[in-house]
Design a binder for this molecule. Structure first.
Ligand SMILES: [Zn+2]
Length: 187
């Protein structure tokens, strides 16, 4: 069984005629390469073929992005993967490896983080498996933030001191945590 993409994210060019379908589907395979900075695990897979997500790949990604403190797994909103994939393209590194700082968080993990660190929201979308914190090796994180903002596909948070951005599939908004004035002026 395949999941259909919500209409807002469906590529219009995917309605290929059958004779061209194999070629066009191959060209529309969406691949992700991720490194989990907490578990030191790597994953590389095609998570989407044409306009259909690949269920087995989504299951692997759910596990890869689990709450590493508790081992709990939750199903992620796959539109996040489209954001990640588009980010690598727009930054000029299509399919480039992404460092994952944080994926899913249980409520208890989120509360624990809130009590020990600043910048953690009470109703974080990480708890809904709708947010990912990331950076890309060799890419200026400020540039990555600008690329994420330009996509206008959800929330984008910037954490310069920890050197990562937060992306989510919530409403389009942005914030900058503990940012230097130069960055805030540039918003
Ligand atoms: Zn986050």
């Amino acid at each position: 069984m395949l999941f259909l993409i919500a209409s807002s994210g469906a590529p219009t060019q995917s309605r290929a005629v059958s004779s061209q379908q194999s070629v066009s589907q191959e060209s529309q395979n969406r691949r992700l390469r991720l490194y989990n900075t907490h578990t030191a695990e790597r994953i590389e897979l095609v998570y989407r073929q044409g306009d259909q997500y690949v269920p087995g790949a989504l299951a692997k990604l759910d596990y890869f992005l689990r709450d590493h403190r508790t081992g709990d797994v939750r199903h992620f909103d796959p539109r996040l993967y489209d954001i990640l994939s588009d980010l690598t393209s727009s930054i000029g590194r299509p399919g480039g490896e992404i460092d994952i700082i944080c994926g899913y968080r249980t409520s208890s993990t989120n509360e624990s983080l809130r009590s020990h660190t600043t910048g953690v929201a009470k109703n974080s979308l990480h708890i809904q498996a709708e947010a990912i914190d990331l950076r890309m090796p060799g890419i200026d994180t400020l540039k990555l933030r600008q690329a994420a903002l330009a996509l206008r596909r959800g929330g984008v948070g910037y954490y310069p001191h920890s050197d990562f951005i937060h992306v989510d599939v919530g409403r389009v908004r942005q914030w900058c945590f503990d940012c230097p004035a130069s960055v805030i002026v540039g918003d």
